[in-house]
Design a protein around this ligand. Structure first.
Ligand code: COA
Length: 334
């Protein structure tokens, strides 16, 4: 709870990048045993985007350039770049360094943050804390993932779910205490590590011919197990942050959920007492883009005029780790 604080971090700009190449359910029907109807009814996904022409940093940089274009932010003004991703270009250097170089942010430092599908929320909270110290004026928080780089397109359990995208927000100190990030509840529980993970490539299973043959460099997910905990985790934390801040459903303009499965989103909204018109959804077009889903859907709603200054938002996510959490904020852009 940070209501009494003098400096509040406000989102003052947004940007996004989605690749042009579309992978629709019909195409997936041609490569694995699945069908459009099954995918749509079980997940809400019709198509996803695939970034063929470059790595995660390329999408991330393009989303920041879009943010700069729409806000007038100059590269040299940026103090800090935080990139939430589980698909960094390489182990090191950090994707943040590659983004910094690509956009020419010569006065910035930065780092990557690995929070899987909760990565953007963790990065937003981290960025907000830097602003609240008073030492930082312009913090860029990016959610970016090239999931197609770690998806096994022979595994129908996972290949239908994921897509590629990047989206960025600018955090600045607010002039008015009404707008900005009011509260957050964030959690990790590593006992869930084997329900959703990439087994190979790290220090546990460094890359060998054997790890590649055994497909350890792809996403493994126990979908049913994750579904159960995700439904409960997202709904519980959303209700908890509402109660903690004395919010009724009529006080909330939008729930901004991580886009993993429409059924998980619907269950969360129902527990919060929110109608469908109060839930931001774009999973049908992009699938699960991991760290990118939440800023991406906020950017689209803002740009289409549906998200307005003064709107109260509850952001919520659940992901590998397990990681989960919720952030309560008031939208501050005209
Ligand atoms: N097409 C057709 N059938 C499929 C399929 C596909 N793409 N994928 C799985 N199936 C089959 C299964 O093999 C199973 O068949 P069986 O009963 O003969 O074994 C049947 O459909 C039901 O599978 P199940 O896993 O129970 O489906 P589900 O309703 O749980 O949906 C997910 C699967 C993956 C969509 C769902 O579990 C899910 O969304 N999980 C959580 C995902 C998530 O949130 N992940 C990230 C958190 S960030």
């Amino acid at each position: 709870m940070r209501n009494s604080q003098k400096i509040k971090a406000v989102i003052t700009g947004v940007g996004m990048y989605v690749p042009e190449t579309i992978l629709d359910n019909k195409y997936l029907e041609s490569i694995v045993e699945t069908n459009d109807e099954w995918i749509k009814t079980r997940t809400g996904i019709s198509e996803r985007r695939i970034h063929k022409s470059g790595p995660t940093s390329d999408m991330a940089a393009k989303s920041v350039l879009d943010l700069m274009k729409s806000t007038g932010l100059r590269a040299e003004e940026i103090d800090l770049i935080i990139v939430a991703t589980v698909t960094p270009d390489m182990f090191f250097p950090a994707t943040a360094c590659l983004v910094q170089d690509a956009i020419g942010a010569k006065n910035a430092w930065g780092f990557d943050l690995s929070g899987a599908c909760s990565g953007f929320l963790f990065a937003l909270e981290t960025g907000a804390n830097f602003i609240e110290t008073g030492n930082y004026k312009k913090v860029v928080v990016v959610g970016a993932d090239k999931m197609s780089a770690i998806v096994d397109y022979t595994d129908r359990n996972t290949c239908i779910l994921f897509g590629d995208a990047a989206s960025a927000v600018l955090l600045e100190p607010g002039e008015d205490n009404k707008y900005g990030i009011h509260d957050s509840l964030l959690h990790i529980d590593g006992s869930g590590k084997e329900s959703l993970y990439m087994k190979g490539g790290g220090s546990l299973n460094p890359a060998t011919h054997e790890t590649v043959d055994n497909k350890l460099h792809y996403i493994y997910q126990d979908g049913k197990a994750v579904f159960k905990v995700a439904v409960k985790g997202m709904a519980d934390i959303s209700v908890e942050i509402m109660k903690k801040n004395n919010l009724k459903s009529e006080d909330i303009a939008y729930l901004v959920p991580h886009q993993a499965n429409l059924r998980i989103i619907d269950a969360t909204a129902e527990r919060m007492g929110l109608g469908k018109d109060k839930v931001m959804i774009n999973i049908g077009k992009y699938g699960n883009t991991t760290a990118a889903t939440i800023p991406l859907v906020m950017t689209e709603y803002y740009r289409s005029g549906k998200l307005k200054k003064g709107d109260n938002l509850i952001l919520v996510a659940f992901g590998a780790g397990f990681t989960w959490g919720s952030i309560y904020l008031t939208w501050g852009i005209d």
